[in-house]
Design a protein around this ligand. Sequence first.
Ligand code: FE
Length: 209
Amino acid sequence: MAQLTPRPLPYTSLPGLSARLLTEHYKLYLGYVNKTNEIWSLLRTVNRQTANATYSPYRELKLEETYALNGVKLHELYFGNLGGTDGPPSGEVSFFLQRDFGSTEAWARDFRALGLSARGWGILALDLDDRTLHNFLLDAHNVGGIQRTAPLLVLDVYEHAYFIDYGTNRSGYLDAFFANIDWEEVNRRLRPYLARSAPVPTLNTDFFA
Ligand code: FE
């Protein structure tokens, strides 16, 4: 199986998110990369004859693969959608936020409530089946994911994402998160689904009419 190579942190500090906080957070991401690679190495030779749903080495590796690999992917999405200075939602995604939530402000209110409610992650995602945007909650990397959805904006609300700077003031951290969203990156993630040749149904072809 392939091995993962960590992506560099694309900035050193952000307004409201200190260099120490981001550096410590990035170290946790590196840990998920290393553990995913370790799990994949062990999976090459683990005993498949003893596979069992109560306990088996194979089962434990496959279970922790869901935690470690989602930990990698979610952190890459999270770090990747910070660093913007665009302010409120802009570009194509703002059209669909208005369509699917009523207004960008209504979306932001819901996403803030999501951020205060989740134990792990909040995600703005495109559901490939109903072709609309949703805010989804994950209580851990591998708890709460919805299949056939494309993540557009990822928010980490584990305490490690803000405690160094904000203590228990999660709301203050959410203010900083909103202020640093890179909406251009969010639009980059959305655009493949807007193309007429996209492998999944387009959100709304009238958008380009
Ligand atoms: Fe994290």
